[in-house]
Design a protein around this ligand. Structure first.
Ligand SMILES: [Zn+2]
Length: 201
């Protein structure tokens, strides 16, 4: 027997999310059908429908925000002369949770990747350079995963930034991170020491 269309539709929607396979999607839908409270489901739908609209990227750094500039860019206690470049906004949360880094961030929004068709044209280095100049940045930290894509992005950024700012300090997270792994999978102690022991490149 096939699922009725509305149920199949919801299952397909869940199954399109990362980490959720067909079986899990089916389980979630049948759980909602059986146990979901109408009011909570309406609220869930409302949050889902608006989440992108109400959290636009911070115009400064690309982090998620609620009202224009993000919490980190508007925090006066942050050291604006240390700039950590990350691949995705999510990485800011992993790195910042460690509490050992007090600088600011910059979200690339993707790494150089032939598979995903991301080329140097898609990496907005002008914006990074503008921030370096405006905020008198002294150190740029490559807060990027040590994957193949991560390594080529680090090499490209280092070369480009070095040409324009010959004296700026450029560092990267220390090697102890799982090779080829995402920051997401590194535990907090490993991440803390990766930032603390960052080395110049
Ligand atoms: Zn920001």
């Amino acid at each position: 027997m096939n699922y009725p269309d509305p149920i199949k539709n919801l299952i397909d929607n869940f199954a399109s999310l990362p980490g959720i396979g067909q079986k899990t999607a089916e389980r979630l839908v049948f759980y909602l059908l059986k146990k979901g409270e109408q009011e909570k489901m309406i609220e869930f739908g409302r949050v889902l429908a608006n989440i992108k609209k109400i959290t636009p990227p911070c115009p400064e750094c690309g982090n998620v925000s609620e009202n224009g500039r993000c919490n980190i860019c508007s925090d006066r206690k942050r050291d604006k002369t240390t700039l950590c470049i990350v691949a995705e906004a999510q990485d800011i949360f992993y790195l910042d949770k460690t509490g050992v880094y007090n600088g600011i961030y910059h979200v690339l929004g993707g790494l150089l990747s032939t598979a995903d068709g991301i080329t140097i044209k898609d990496i907005n280095t002008e914006k990074i350079m503008g921030r370096i100049l405006r905020q008198h940045v002294r150190e740029v930290v490559m807060g990027i995963n040590p994957t193949v894509e991560g390594e080529s992005t680090i090499i490209y950024l280092k070369k480009t930034l070095r040409e324009k700012f010959p004296k700026i300090k450029i560092t990267r997270l220390s090697r102890g991170l799982p090779m080829g792994g995402d920051l997401e999978y590194a535990d907090e102690i490993t991440l803390s020491s990766a930032i603390k022991n960052r080395s110049e490149i």
